[in-house]
Ligand binder design. Structure first.
Ligand SMILES: C[S@@+](CC[C@H](N)C(=O)[O-])C[C@H]1O[C@@H](n2cnc3c(N)ncnc32)[C@H](O)[C@@H]1O
Length: 210
């Protein structure tokens, strides 16, 4: 695949208009995804993993990797001592690559933004990298993640800065005012793919459930 192909795929996902569109693009991209993201200098997995490790003790579980893709984060979670991790994604192709890595306990095909197939307060922590972004998932994906995260649990999310400014910032202020969670960490804006021209900033945040 050429760098033009990679840029075209990124363009297609950012402009996707439905969950099915997103899943189709990722199904086709799955086998090349890890190599392409490495070339783009993709930073979200490393930054979100560092944030998780700062707030969640080694060995805690169960954890959910929400929008796990090919399991880049799952591999590193396993190496650093988090071994009870589920993966969730809308793309069968991405989940198939993740499954081959053998780092997740269970894999779930489901869409953030709908009701997720887990009981209330099930996960000790949730990590989601590269998912709350243009053409993927917006603020509508947050409430059900809060529902399935345990009291005292941690939610680590990367959020495209444009989404932060238009919806997340206000919603998280409201959630804090209602004592549902508190914002315990925030990197501020950074570029997630320095090797990809025109990438707009994102941030990585951690929420602690009350
Ligand atoms: C940029 S990739 C990030 C994958 C992985 N977290 C990583 O950092 O490499 C975005 C992933 O989100 C998934 N995705 C997009 N919309 C989704 C949704 N509504 N629910 C669940 N997964 C979704 C895509 O299928 C894709 O695997």
């Amino acid at each position: 695949m050429t760098s033009e192909d990679k840029t075209a795929r990124l363009g297609a996902v950012y402009q996707a208009e439905s969950v099915d569109d997103v899943a189709r693009v990722y199904d086709l991209w799955a086998e090349q995804y890890d190599g392409d993201m490495s070339l783009a200098g993709y930073r979200h997995p490393a930054i979100s993993l560092a944030m998780l490790a700062r707030h969640v003790p080694k060995g805690a579980g169960p954890l959910l990797d929400a929008g796990a893709g090919t399991g880049l984060i799952g591999e590193w979670l396993a190496i650093t001592g988090y071994c009870d991790v589920d993966a969730l994604d809308v793309s069968t192709g991405m989940l198939a690559v993740a499954e081959r890595k053998g780092v997740y306990k269970r894999l779930h095909k489901a869409a953030l933004g709908s009701t997720l197939p887990f009981s209330d307060h099930h996960f000790a922590a949730i990590i989601s990298a590269g998912v709350f972004t243009s053409g993927h998932v917006g603020i509508e994906g947050l409430d059900d993640l809060l529902r399935i995260c345990a009291s005292g649990g941690i939610l680590v999310l990367t959020v495209k800065d444009k989404l932060w400014q238009t919806s997340f910032s206000q919603r998280i202020s409201d959630l804090q005012a209602a004592d549902i969670c508190s914002l315990v960490d925030d990197t501020g804006p950074y570029v997630s793919m320095p090797g990809e021209k025109g990438t707009t900033p994102s941030r990585c945040i951690a929420l602690k459930l009350s």
